[in-house]
Structure formats: C-alpha cells, structure tokens
Design a protein around this ligand. Structure first.
Ligand SMILES: [Zn+2]
Length: 327
C-alpha cells in the first residue's frame, strides 16, 4: 500500500479561439455575460470545474464511455450521471476511465475522482501595441511556473523578456498607456522563461513583464466584448430583445493550470480493488493518461460556453507522449 506517489502536473494551454467561461449568474452593467474572475485580483480565470467538466465529457468520448451498455444496464459516465448519479457505472475492475479519474456519486459507492483540478490562470496575455503584437505577464502570473522577478519601477515600467524586445525602443505604447523600458538586467528571467515546457517560441521572443496592477488593467482593457443574438429554437428567428453582449479571453491567451493525480491503491469499491484493463494497479500515471485523452480534445471541441459559435478551442501544449503521440 502506497498513497504517497501522487503527481501534480502543470499544464500550459493556448486559446486558439476566443474563450468564454461564464461567471454564472453575475451580471455587470457593461456586459450581459461576464467571464469568471479571481475575486482578489479581478483577473479572469477558468474555475477548476470549467476544466474538469469538459475533460470528463471528452475522456468519455475518447474511451467510448459517453453512453454505453453492459448487459441490460445503460450508463452515462460523461456528465453528472442523472439526478443521483445512478447512471455512472462506477466500475472498479477494470476501472472505468471516466468514473475513477473524475469521480462518481452512485448511491453508496460514491467516490471523489483521483484527479483533482485547480483553476486555470492567465500566464501570458496577447495585446496589440504600436510595435506589433506582444504578450504581457506579471510577477504573480510567473510565480506559478516558478519564475521569480519583481518590476523595478512598477507604476510606469515594463521589463522586456524576449530577445526581439530587448533590441527595441525605450517605450511601449498601448494607445491608452505608455510604459518606459526598465534598464535592469533581465537575462535571468528570460532564461527561466525558456525552461517553461511547451511555450511557443513567438511568445518567448515577444513577451514583457509588467507589475501585477498594470497586468490586471491591461488584461481587463483588452478583453473581447462581442455582441450576439439569441435564436428562438421553435421559430428559428431572433428572439425579441435577444441581443446580448459577452466577454471573452482573446485568441492567443496562454493559460496555466494544475492537475493533481492520485493513485487508487487504497480504494475499494464494493470491497473490490481498482484494476486496469490488464489487471495492473491503478497508479497516478494511469489516471493521468485517461485525463489527457480528454484534455487533448479541448483543441478540437473547445471548452466553455458558445463553442458552437467558433469559440472555446484551447490547445494544451504539454500533454504526455501517450496522449500527444497519436495525432
Ligand atoms: Zn463509468
């Protein structure tokens, strides 16, 4: 018995469409459908369930557990499994690739998932500047992947991180905000950013570090606000007063999120141990492989609301070989 070898993996993902993860019932004066935000910083984020929900559905899709039958029973492992979760299979042997990693709530045999999802935060945010597109980041955003750097003069300075920007001008003009280049040495930060696995080269060479306060302002000033129209499904016509606006993270936003994978060695479901297809033990790497089958489909099927409107596709940049391999 060994419960100690859980693994936390940091994922990096880039939005290839605008991304709208709703804030639920909250409504701002400015937009009808705002995106979810971190209360302290006011920065947009994707709450953990906004990641685990679609991941569960897509793992079910990838492993043919969306709707499946065994004998007379029919199971729906993909979603909530019906009102009491009674449509989840909860199978321990061989372990269901959906119910075991993501959890199930079937009567007495309920179980928390072996994968635990954390909120996704913005790591790099794309903005237009007078000198072309740039990605901004902040000390707090970078502290996630373990990069440690403060801004020398946080109210009005930026620190260029990419090679191209180091050669560039002394000022950064966002139209509504002008920042001066800090002349502090930045090689240590650039080197650390180079070690972030999966980060595209264009972002590495065109990124700037600004203070946490400016980061929040820049992000909130550059969100997409779109207008759409609700269609009445019965008539196919636009509903009366159905024009609504919604916020979205722009294409090119880089998000970072953690998933903790726990092994299932100590679990028993109806007194049965968890086993893999080939009779092995359910370790954290098995859990990770099942989840990554779902994460991989974010790139084609998207997450969040409105992904029928050309929204929500999110490419996870550092999947393990098993998931990334069979493209
Ligand atoms: Zn199941």
């Amino acid at each position: 018995m060994c419960a100690s070898n859980s693994e936390t993996k940091n994922y990096l993902a880039i939005a290839t469409d605008p991304l709208h993860i709703g804030a639920g019932s909250a409504r701002l004066a400015r937009v009808d459908l705002p995106i979810a935000r971190e209360p302290g910083t006011n920065l947009p984020k994707v709450p953990g369930p906004g990641v685990s929900g679609p991941a569960r559905a897509y793992t079910a899709l990838a492993t043919s557990r969306y709707r499946w039958k065994e004998g007379k029973d029919e199971y729906l492992c993909a979603g909530s499994g019906g009102p009491g979760g009674e449509k989840h299979c909860g199978r321990p042997d061989p372990a269901c690739p959906v119910c075991i990693p993501y959890g199930f709530s079937k009567g007495t045999g309920s179980m928390q998932g072996l994968a635990q999802f954390f909120d996704a935060h913005i790591l790099f945010f794309p903005v237009a500047s007078m000198s072309g597109p740039l990605w901004v980041t902040s000390p707090t955003a970078l502290s996630g992947p373990g990069v440690d750097r403060e801004i020398p003069d946080p109210e009005k300075c930026f620190l260029p991180l990419g090679a191209q920007l180091k050669k560039g001008g002394q000022r950064l003009n966002f139209g509504w905000l002008m920042l001066s280049k800090s002349n502090k040495d930045n090689n240590d930060v650039s080197e650390q950013i180079d070690t972030i696995t999966g980060l595209p080269e264009t972002i590495k060479t065109k990124s700037v570090l600004v203070s946490d306060k400016l980061f929040s302002q820049i992000v909130n000033n550059n969100l997409e606000v779109r207008t759409s129209v609700s269609i009445d499904p019965a008539t196919g016509a636009a509903e009366d007063k159905a024009l609504f606006t919604y916020e979205a993270l722009p294409r090119g936003t880089v998000l970072r999120f953690d998933v903790q994978y726990n092994p299932g060695y100590t679990y028993r479901i109806n007194k049965k141990e968890l086993k893999t297809e080939d009779g092995g033990e359910v370790g954290s790497s098995w859990v990770k492989v099942q989840v990554e089958k779902g994460l991989k489909l974010f790139a084609s099927l998207g997450i969040g609301g409105m992904n029928t409107r050309g929204m929500g596709r999110l490419k996870v940049l550092n999947l393990g070989e098993e998931a990334a391999g069979n493209e």
